[in-house]
Design a protein around this ligand. Structure first.
Ligand SMILES: [Mg+2]
Length: 223
């Protein structure tokens, strides 16, 4: 039976910038930053890596203590930000999760979000309960380490899993890279910030415009 590890932002949902806005609000309220510099990339990265760069760019020492302070403030801003910014479940995702859940497929998360942030985001869209385990960004700067954490969580959850049948579903070249770090196969979807061409260049096993056509996904996921 395949194991499916899903990225969140740009793969399952689009938050309309809610995560970024909540992070920026946290810089303002926890550290008194008045002018936000838009220099730090978010796509495909982990919250601690984004947080470290944000602190540094705004003249705050990126210590573990300051990241914890930023993270606490971020989580406080995230829920109102999700309500304020709209966002959406990406095409095909809800049907796909319902279908795979019906087939009792093993589904986990592999995300750079801190666990509490992942829960806020997916609960907001009614998707959190589909996932039994996951690798999260709480303590990792490198997404490859998040993939290794997801694999450890998978081993705890399902010791009988088949390593050759683990799939990562993500929207960035970094998702493809981290999947390779754990020997997993990858479906790359162009519903985030990266084009089909960019994703194809990262050599995913399968590159799709979105997740709306089950026929294009590996057939053994469904049978
Ligand atoms: Mg993503």
């Amino acid at each position: 039976m395949p194991t499916l590890l899903f990225d969140i932002d740009g793969t399952l949902i689009r938050t309309g910038g809610a995560g970024k806005h909540a992070m920026e609000a946290a810089l303002r309220t926890a550290f008194g930053v008045s002018h936000i510099r838009d220099e730090v990339p978010y796509s495909g990265r982990t919250d601690p890596a984004i947080g470290r760069d944000l602190l540094r760019v705004h003249g705050v020492d990126p210590t573990a203590e300051n990241f914890a302070k930023l993270s606490t403030a971020y989580l406080g801003h995230l829920q109102p930000s999700l309500h304020a910014n709209g966002g959406e479940v990406l095409p095909g995702v809800t049907d796909l999760l319902i279908h795979l859940h019906g087939k009792k497929r093993r589904m986990g998360l592999l995300t750079g979000n801190v666990r509490a942030g992942a829960r806020h985001k997916l609960s907001h869209f009614g998707l959190w309960d589909y996932f039994a385990f996951g690798g999260f960004g709480d303590v990792h700067h490198d997404r490859d380490d998040v993939a290794r954490a997801a694999l450890t969580a998978l081993k705890d959850h399902s010791p009988d899993y088949k390593p050759a049948d683990v799939w990562v579903i993500g929207d960035t070249p970094l998702d493809v890279k981290c999947a390779r770090a754990i020997g997993a196969k990858v479906v790359a979807v162009a519903t985030g910030w990266h084009s089909l061409d960019e994703l194809a260049a990262s050599e995913a096993d399968l590159t799709l415009a979105d997740l709306s056509d089950f026929q294009k996904l590996p057939s053994h996921w469904f049978h």
